[in-house]
Design a protein around this ligand. Structure first.
Ligand code: MN
Length: 233
């Protein structure tokens, strides 16, 4: 049996949308993708009970009141229904001990759902010279390096200490939720990946492996392979 993977979506006006690269990444690595609806009223338990794993896709910014802050000037557009749906579904998935892979915004909402917090806008909130985290190169191009935390699940998954990733974010993880560790950091100190120490496979990456696989990036292949393998167990 192939693993059924819930793929989170975005809302714009009256439309649900999800970049096809996310859907294709799941089929490419042997899973069955199901695009999720962003409805919060009911059905979260049934969805979590049905899917074998959850792929949290990229997207816009996150409502800062979810981590106890009010909106700063650097905050971009938010989708409240999406935030609430994803937070409830993440909490249920982790309760059921099912695999979750968060990509970019997906990594951030994973952290927020479990009690972490984040920078609303690194360029106005984080000290020191920062890298360009909104790359002007094509999305299959790795633009900055990520240094792995020795012994983390992601470190073991990719099998190297340092590699290049793409970068399309102005928000970033700040304080980790309890039971989670940082698994990768950029050279300017921005957290690029994190993971649960209490679950078999719950991790977030700030970059977009679903875009890097189009040019055969081995590290992105390893991440999706590990995720799908975990979902089949
Ligand atoms: Mn980055």
């Amino acid at each position: 049996m192939r693993a059924i993977i819930g793929v989170s979506s975005n809302i714009k006006e009256d439309l649900l949308s999800v970049p096809l690269s996310n859907v294709r990444a799941i089929t490419q690595f042997g899973g069955v993708p199901i695009v999720l609806p962003n409805l919060v009223e009911e059905g979260i338990e049934e969805i979590a009970g049905t899917i074998d794993g959850l792929l949290l896709t990229g997207g816009g910014d996150i409502d800062p009141t979810l981590f106890g802050e009010e909106p700063l000037l650097g905050l971009g557009s938010i989708v409240p229904e999406r935030d609430l749906f994803e937070v409830a579904l993440i909490q249920k998935m982790l309760e059921l001990n099912k695999p979750v892979l968060g990509i970019c915004r997906g990594a951030q909402i994973l952290s927020i759902a479990m009690g972490g917090d984040m920078y609303q806008d690194i360029y106005s909130q984080k000290d020191g010279p920062l890298l360009q985290h909104d790359q002007q190169a094509p999305n299959w191009h790795g633009s900055h390096f990520v240094e792995m935390t020795e012994g983390s699940l992601l470190h073991k998954t990719v099998g190297v200490d340092r590699f290049k990733v793409n970068s399309y974010h102005h928000q970033a993880l700040r304080n980790m939720p309890v039971g989670f560790i940082v698994s990768g950091v950029a050279s300017d100190g921005v957290i690029e990946s994190f993971e649960s120490t209490k679950h078999p496979f719950v991790m977030g990456v700030q970059w977009h492996p679903e875009s890097l696989i189009s040019k055969g990036d081995a590290h992105s292949f390893a991440i999706f392979e590990a995720f799908l393998n975990a979902c089949k167990k």
